[in-house]
Design a protein around this ligand. Structure first.
Ligand code: ATP
Ligand code: MG
Length: 380
């Protein structure tokens, strides 16, 4: 089995691998890049595993003229920018001790040990610089069948790092075979250890959940998470019921995790997922919009195209209706509209709070008219 891709052929990638192997070390692509190349999907970032110690990697790379950033040198990772392309180079590791959140790792020279500490069999595949695939744990058949399975005993692997519960569902949502369903042993172990999620940082939870909700169809995975008592722990007060309807209504539209998060509800998603202030603000704005009677055009004017689209689709999903006809062109009409009355039209007759009140009143009438009232109507 051999993988290929522009990123493998990139002269910087090849030069970096050559520098390591000519010094007598192994240089193996690992994780997402190998998995995605085998599945024929886009590769986001290049991870290289090596038996060279981080200091040796840095020295060799710098001598070769590459830029080196000590990204996570204490965990064994350095970033090497070779001819403009970034590579995360990590020394083989084995877990020495784990507390459910972070592992104490020791460097290793054995690729099988490095593979054994990875989370899922489809993430424990390696490839040499020429693309030849190495499969120390027999993960290849799982990947080909799109089976998401833990490396080793699921229960034990989850207790080492409870984030793996969320990763299990995320990878199932993104890469799993929906027809085959979720791995039963993995699911049982996730359900039995759901409490462990409480100890995870919300940043890590949020990062996984964004990726999960950004999958083409996260609905089956999220429904299973809800049944297993996991969704309520990551997002208290949420409800997974309308998510599958939403995904259905989306059709071929690009998935947006923000839209899927709105439909799940929840008491405080901004806090649960440590969203940024802007992200929390738009979550709240879209939730308010879903509960309003504003038309697609009015939503487009108020919120912009993306959030207006999210609000229209979420509203339809919640009420189990179709979105209004021509909703997309109506949103575009709203986005392109300008409210015909401004403060200047009302001054100097009105000032201060009275002016603000009048403007809000006019805005409400204009929105309620589906943006059709003209200046003369609004001033009358
Ligand atoms: P993507 O970058 O597309 O999300 P990826 O597989 O590269 O997918 P990363 O989170 O970047 O995922 O991790 C890189 C690799 O590190 C994984 O493929 C996996 O082998 C390993 N890994 C990441 N997180 C964990 C974890 N919590 N436990 C065990 N191994 C992990
Ligand atoms: Mg990655």
């Amino acid at each position: 089995m051999r993988i290929s891709g522009d990123w493998i052929d990139h002269p910087g990638t090849q030069a970096l691998c050559a520098v390591l192997t000519e010094a007598g070390y192994q240089a193996l692509f690992v994780g997402g890049c190998v998995r995605n190349a085998l599945l024929g999907v886009a590769v986001a970032d290049i991870d290289i595993a090596t038996d060279a110690r981080p200091k040796n990697v840095s020295d060799l790379a710098e001598t070769a003229g590459f830029h080196v950033v000590p990204t996570g040198i204490e965990h064994g990772t350095v970033t090497v920018i070779a001819q403009g392309l970034a590579h995360e180079v990590t020394t083989f590791r084995r877990d020495v001790e784990t507390d459910g959140r972070r592992a104490v790792v020791a460097f290793s020279t054995d690729v099988a040990e490095d593979a054994a500490r990875r989370d899922l069999t489809m993430n424990a595949l390696y490839a040499r610089a020429d693309g030849a695939v190495l499969d120390p744990l027999g993960g290849l058949p799982d990947l080909m069948a799109r089976r998401v399975r833990f490396v080793g005993e699921a229960e034990a692997r989850i207790r080492e790092d409870y984030l793996r519960i969320l990763r299990f569902f995320r990878f199932h949502a993104v890469y799993g075979d929906p027809a085959a369903g979720i791995d039963a042993e993995g699911l049982a172990a996730c359900a039995a250890n759901a409490d462990g999620i409480e100890g995870l940082s919300r940043e890590r939870i949020g990062a996984e959940m964004r990726k999960l909700l950004g999958a083409r169809d996260p609905a089956p995975a999220v429904a299973t998470m809800a049944q297993a008592g996991i969704l309520a722990r990551v997002l208290p007060g949420s409800d997974a019921k309308a998510l599958s309807v939403l995904v259905h209504l989306e059709g071929d539209l690009a998935p947006r995790w923000q839209r899927r998060l709105v439909i799940l509800g929840g008491i405080d998603p901004g806090d649960a997922f440590r969203l940024s202030r802007v992200e929390t603000g738009s979550n709240t704005a879209v939730r308010d919009a879903v509960g309003s009677a504003l038309t697609p055009a009015a939503l487009g004017w108020k919120l912009g195209a993306e959030q207006a689209g999210d609000a229209v689709l979420c509203r339809a999903a919640l009420f189990e209706t179709l979105p209004p006809e021509h909703w997309q062109s109506e949103i575009a009409r709203g986005v392109a509209s300008t409210i015909p009355v401004t403060a200047a039209d009302l001054m100097p007759a009105l000032q201060g709070p009275a002016l603000g009140k009048k403007l809000r009143e006019i805005e409400a009438r204009w929105l309620a008219s589906n943006l059709y009232l003209r200046k003369s109507d609004l001033l009358a």
